[in-house]
Structures are given as C-alpha cells and as structure tokens.
Design a protein around this ligand. Sequence first.
Ligand code: DGJ
Length: 724
Amino acid sequence: MTTGGSVGEDWPVASTDPTPTTPQPGEVVRIDAGGWGWTWAADTRGRLHQVGLGLDGAGAPVEVDPIWYPDAHPTWGGPDPFRPPALRITHAEGTTTTRLRLDGVERQPLGDDELVTVRTVDEVFALRVAFRTRTHRDSGVLEQWVEIDHDEDGPVTLWDYDSIAPALLIGPDARMTQFGGAGWADEWAWTTERLTPGTKVLDSLGGIQPHLQRSPMLLVEPNGPVDEASGDVIGCSIAWGGNTRFALDVRPRANDEARDLRLRAGANPLGAHYVLDPGTIFVTPTVAWTWSTGRGELSDRFHRWTRARVLRDPDRTRPIVVNNWESTFFAFDEQRIVGLIDRSASLGADLFLLDDGWFGTSSPRDDDTAGLGDWEPDRRKLPGGLPTLVDAAADRGIRFGIWVEPEMVNPDSDLFRAHPDWVVRDRREPREHRNQLALDPLIDEVRDFEVGVVDRVLGAAAGTSYIKWDANRPVTDPGSSALPADRQSNAWVDWVHATWEVMQRVADGHPDIELMLCASGGGRTDHGTLRWFHEFWTSDNTDPVTRVRMQWACGHWFPASAMAAHVTAWGGRPLPFACAVALSGRFGFDLDLDALDDESLAICRQAVTTARRTQDLVQHGRLVRLVSPVDGPDRSRAALGFVAPGRERAVVFCYQLDDPVSPPPVLRITGLDPAADYRVQTTDLQGAPDDLGILSGADLAGGALPWRPDRRTSASILELTTPG
Ligand code: DGJ
C-alpha cells in the first residue's frame, strides 16, 4: 500500500520491489541528467555525501574520503547539527533522529534514460528511505523524489520531507528569483534578490489554491547575475498541487567570499506532519529541476519537458476561445448567450466558453452566494437547457465549452442540505470563503460525486468539447471526517492525492474533452496538477500591462500553449495593445462582443486573423526573450518571439508598457538562422501590415530593426518569413 503516490501515467509510483542489492564500500552514484548531473558517494559507514553537482557534476572525481563532502540529504541527527534537515522523523518508540546508510542502488534503463533508486536504511530502526531520480536527457530536466517506508512497532511521524536538498557553493553575488505577489490577481510577480546568510523560506499555503500566493518555482543563480544566453542558473519546479516550500539555508565560510547553500524543496510540512503506518510507502512530490547556461536554455528545457511529460495533447493547437465571464458575470439569459455565440462565430473564434452562473434550481446561481453543487441548468435563464447552447454553437460552426467547480458547495444549495457532512472541516463551524465550502475529497462518495459532476454536465450537454475546472477558495478549517483523530494533519498531503485521483478519472473518462485548469486564476499552476489538463487560466488579472510581466515570468516554465490569455477591458488599455498581449499566449477574448463598435470589432477581427497566422509559432515554436520587463533599470518595455522549429518563420511581439525611461533598446532577434533571409512585416492590428523588406537572420540578430512601439501601451507584432 502507498500513501497515494503520484498518479499520472508513468510518473513516479512507489516502488514495492524489495530486490536486495549489495552496496560496495565507497559506492559512487552518478546521475547524468543530460548536460548536467550530480554524484553521490558513500563513506565507510555507508553514509551518503554529495561529491559533485552542476554541468560536470555527473563526472565529479571523488578526490578525498567522501566523509569530507556535504551530506547528500541531511537528516535530523545527521552529521551536521547546525543545519535544518531535509528529513525529520519521530520513530515509533520516540527517537527523533534518523541516520541513514546505503542499502543498495538500482538502475532501471528507460530507453536513453534511467530510473535510479538509491536505497538507504536507518542505522538502528527498520525504516527505509529511497532517493529516486528519473532522467530526461533530451530536455535536461531531472525528476527527483523520496520514498519512505518502515516496519517499526507502530506509526512514525514525518515532520520534514523535502524531495531534494542539494548543497552548493555560491558566490557573493548569488541570487534567486521567486514568483509570487499579493495573492489573487497578483500571481507570478517577479522578485530577484541576493542570497544572504540565514535561512530564507519561500512557501505557499491555502491547500487548494496555494499558487495564488507563490508559484512553486524558483531560479537560483549561484555565481551571480545571468542573462538569457550565459551564466549558471538552476531552475526547480515542485510538481505539487498543495502547499509547497523552498528553503535556502545560506552559511558563510570563514574568511572566504564563497558561501554554502543548502537548497531544500518539496511539500510544505507546516501543519502537515504525516503519521505513517508500517507497511505504507510515503511518496514525496516530484521536484523537476535543471542546471542551465542562461535562462533561455532553462526555459527551452522546461518547455520540452512540459510538452513531453505534463501537458495533455501538447501538439494539438489550442482553440481561440471566447469566454463570457467578464462581459456578463452571473447576469445572462439564453438570448444573451446565443447572441455572444453568434458574435464569437462571426469574429472567427473556435469555441465559446460559458462561465459560472448557468446552474442552480432551488438555489439559483445569480451570484456567488448560492447554487454551487447543484449542477442542473437554471431554466429561468436557460429555458432550453444546455443543448440549445451547444446546438447554437454547432449551427454557427464553433465548439462549446462550459465552466464547473466540482470540488465546492454553497451552504445555500440542495447538495449541502442533503450532505452537510461532506465538507472540509474540523470540530469548529467551517468558515465560508467566497460564500462557499470545499468538499472533502477524502470521503469516497465525494470523489465519486465530483467525477459525476463532469459526467453529468457532459451528458446533459452532449457535443461539449471543453471544460474550465475552477476552484475558488482555500482550505481554512483543515480537518477530515475521513481520517481518525490522530491523523488529521495527514489531510494536507492526502487531499492532493485524492484530488489528483478525481482529475485523473475525469481525464481518463473523457479523453477527447479539452480541460482548462483554473483556481481563482492561477492558483493551481504546478507541473503535477497540470498533467490532466491542456492549459491553465494564468491569472484573473488581464490588465495587459501586468499580463506582459506575468506571462514573461510564467513563460520561463510553461510553453505559451498552456497559458490562456484573453483580451478583456481590464485596465482600460487600448484594444490593439490588449490584443497584441493576448496573442503571445493561448489567445482568446473575454470582452462584451455585443458592446463593441465597428472599429473595435475590426481590431478584434484582425487579431483573430493574426492569431490564425501565428498561433502555431506561439504554441509550438521556440520562445526567445529579447527585451525584459522585469530586469534592469528600465522595465517599461518587453519583447519576445517564437521561432519555428526549422527557423523558417518567426513572430516577435514588442510592447511599450509605460512611458520610456531610457532611449529605445536595440532589438536583437535571436534564435533565427543567421544565413537565411527573412521578409519582415509588422502590424499594430490597425490596418494592413507594413512591409519592412528583407533582412538576414544575422542582421536581425545584430539589431537591424529599430524599436517601433512609440508610445505607452502600444505594441508592434513582427512576422518573419523566409521567402519561398
Ligand atoms: C474565478 C475564475 O478565475 C474566473 O475566470 C471565473 O471563472 C470565476 N472564478 C467564476 O466564478
């Protein structure tokens, strides 16, 4: 039995193979992760040490007795009493220390890759810890996690259970970048700071939508500032749909500028100590990480790995979506929606997405106070039910999608009246958040109900081909009636596995339905949860000025095909600028199309036409970042491009976000074929494109094109094609 494990197809599942292997004295374990790697070696007592890490890490020579190298994975009570541990366990009989010795190494070939398991056992207790890595050498991203099990005389308690804990020697200018802001509508805020002595903890809380506060990703520049093409940069992503934690323990070295960094990453154990029974395997979240030269390579790697391992149907070009949320909120009827469907079709969109507010009978969903949980169409608003809308879309040649929030319930609902005991709660009265409560997925009937919500909605709206899955509140009363009193803190981990089980059942049950992941915006943008989805709603903040910076940050980890970006009225920015920003993500609209004048409609039409020409590049091409809106003294501009795999075409987006504070930058378009000639056309989505002539890839990389957007909140889109 396992605690759930990672349930994605061919993602880590706890190994139950007890094959005994015999470690050799001084055993050396080398992980070649594809362009970088690490080496561990056992000392004479079998304790593991990290001998090497980095670009040459897999080949690091063992130059002295391994005992002189840092611990491979520090435990409480291990050799270094001055540092926080990555693993802290109270054993069944009360001992609080853990000391591990090597018990065996297994290498399982997977084509050109490997699944490597380094098995250890406590020196005294019948407790085993397996360190597991799965290479992806074509992308250079390494998946790493830890498994713990035991045969002690009762349960043990896991207090800290990080997935990785590498040791690094860092320079005085070492930096890190975190991605988190004020919460809702402020996701992906970019903060870079120097690493200084002490422990810095970057965590997320909230359980259901923790990544609203902080995305589970981190950049570390161990030797000081890097740029797109040069400098050592480590990228880590915690593939976990719950609370996460990065901890950076920095310790100075006496009389030396260099410092020691221990980087720990994994699930956030705050309030979530795990009581583990004998015979059960606890699997930590997978951390995906890489060591790159420059941020550009880092993104290339994460994009390749995300496409290969995470995103569903990565090669399928995503539709152009029109969503009604910001134009109607809860106030609509059939006529209004059919009108919007009509407008969407005439604009050239692919899909109309009906958002919140379509359901609820005895407790109609006229606002966020009622109806959640009652997934029957509200016949007052939609007398023909959902089929009328699906048919209206089909009659106009577009697809239909629908919003659900299967994990939630309003107290004012038939569902809650029938099952008040189904909600997440402890012994107190549960607190409402957005007037709703969360259903407890550890209750078997709840998981069946949640899967059934999607089945029922799709059954009632045959022909629907897209679902937006939302989750609009955090956990505030952590407790579960499905767990005994002494296991309440296990809920934080178990909830993630239970929710992933529901998502997997939905994805498996409806393989042809495209799924968008949303949690009050980007509250669930992690590589673990995304495995059952095609894309995510990047943020509710669609002000294009903010969005450029958010998409810039998010684009370090995810390809643009995953980042839904809709044109809205947020921020009151010029429409061509708003369209140009959305065009660099998975393009769509959340505008009141009925209210647009002819001029605005013409701009939207031109944006759709541009999307048709460029979306294969944006979604499947190689991202090149050219002018940064988050680094340096002048953050008033941004430019990024997408280059076709064969480099025969590219599209470049240039944004002037604010009043400039310095002269225009030199636009150096990287990633092109220097020997090829490119015809360059530019558009600001207001009239025919301008032909800028033919320039070589070398000239374009050298800065031959001037910066064009000439005023704040304006954009220029450059399309580059090799003639013939
Ligand atoms: C939060 C989402 O982020 C919005 O796009 C919208 O779907 C609302 N929920 C609906 O309640």
